[in-house]
Design a protein around this ligand. Structure first.
Ligand code: ADP
Length: 391
């Protein structure tokens, strides 16, 4: 059975066609610069990368080109082979406790959450609408970044702010990267062979979040109402005293919105180092003794450890820590320094395994708490949910 996994952004659309239940990728690719005269569409299949440039003014046309491309590059012989489309939706609010088959009503419910994710949900809806028009007779499923975290209890998800903000405006912590945290923690539980477990997942990509998973359920996570909360990221600050907003707005003659934009786009690795949001550059900088690159790395490790310590206490112990996403999977220096900082909790690093790539244990055999690299696969989660709900 072939399932298409889709992640639509405001000017981009990523896709992957998978064979299920084998979970094998046939083709993947993306459309970038939607809305421009020189949009780029890329298909990756059979180890080849095919790039073309078109005028693509909207998502509807981007979707048509993706479908034509799947036929042209022989990923499918006919449209009937696609048995379902799984869409990533960033914000499911408190409405969606699981993934759902998309209906007109579901689209309206997702739209009702636009206030909570103004940058993401409208773009996700645009992708959904384009695929519903292009492939009207197959099930389309919405998989939310937030549903995995809906198991958090009030003490974890409520801010200590006026309670009316929650009642009137749904202000609370939602958390994101849920599909990734679920995929990685399920795989980790499988490796541990334990139904009852306490796992921390560090999803460290350009966006980054930490999640505490107890017995298969998310009990706390670092991102909040929006992905700005938590640990610092490529360009995001993570937690900061909100009073900074007023101070900087006054000093630099900016609106609060503009300062928040700085915290989203000019902070984190980029803000501290002053030259890059990419962990590869930060590590290079550190290796040549650049002061601010080293500082960016030190802050990052300290702030990750703050969450790990807090989750260790909140869960009452720990079986394993897992590293995933671009940085978590590829940057041994960050894993090394985080694990060294966790020694007090009973983790011992295997220095040799830590230098390698791919799924593996990177703690020593006698380490009380285990450490793993587990590559994430959000597309597989989208496809699994689409198969489950289409049955
Ligand atoms: P997102 O999905 O949030 O955009 P990814 O999970 O793809 O991000 O992670 C992208 C980041 O991963 C890059 O910005 C870079 O910092 C880091 N990264 C990718 N490859 C490597 C590598 N070989 N070594 C160190 N860091 C890497």
């Amino acid at each position: 059975m072939k399932i298409l996994a889709v992640n639509a952004g405001s000017s981009s659309l990523k896709f992957q066609l998978l064979v299920m239940p084998e979970e094998k990728e046939i083709v993947s690719g993306q459309v970038e610069r939607i809305g421009w005269d020189d949009a780029i569409i890329t298909f990756k299949l059979n180890g080849e990368k095919i790039k073309e440039t078109f005028q693509i003014l909207n998502h509807k046309y981007a979707v048509e080109l993706v479908i034509q491309g799947l036929l042209k590059h022989k990923a499918i012989e006919s449209l009937e082979e696609i048995k379902g489309v799984g869409h990533r939706v960033v914000q499911g609010g408190e409405i969606f406790k699981t993934s759902v088959i998309i209906t007109d009503e579901v689209v309206e419910q997702i739209r009702s959450l636009n206030d909570l994710a103004p940058l993401h949900n409208p773009a996700n809806i645009t992708g959904i609408e384009a695929f519903r028009k292009a492939l009207p007779n197959i099930p389309q499923v919405a998989v939310f970044d937030t549903t995995f975290h809906q198991t958090m209890t009030e003490d974890a998800y409520l801010y200590a702010a006026p309670y009316e903000w929650y009642e009137k405006y749904h202000v609370r912590k939602y958390g994101f990267h849920g599909t990734s945290h679920q995929f990685v923690s399920e795989r980790c539980a499988e490796i541990l062979g334990k139904k009852e477990h306490k796992i921390i997942v560090a999803h460290l990509g350009n966006g980054a979040s930490i999640c505490a998973v107890k017995n298969g359920k998310s009990v706390d996570t670092s991102m909040g109402l929006t992905p700005l909360e938590g640990i610092p990221m490529g360009t995001r600050s993570g937690n900061i005293d909100p009073a900074v907003l007023m101070l900087i707005a006054g000093k630099e003659d900016k609106t609060i919105g503009e300062v928040i934009d700085d915290l989203n786009k000019k902070s984190g690795y980029l803000g501290v180092s002053g030259f890059s949001n990419d962990s590869r550059d930060i590590i290079d900088g550190m290796n040549r003794g650049d002061y601010r690159a080293t500082l960016a790395h030190k802050i990052q490790v300290k702030r990750i450890l703050d969450y790990i310590g807090s989750y260790y206490v909140y869960m009452g112990g720990l079986d394993a820590i897992c590293f995933t996403a671009g940085i978590g999977e590829n940057a041994p220096e960050i894993r090394r320094d985080v694990i060294k900082g966790m020694e007090v909790l009973g983790v011992k690093l295997d220095e040799v395994e830590n230098e390698k790539r791919g799924e593996r244990m990177i703690s020593t055999k006698d380490s009380k708490v285990k450490a793993f690299i587990i590559p994430t696969n959000e597309e597989v989660m989208l496809a699994r949910e689409t198969v489950r709900l289409s049955k």
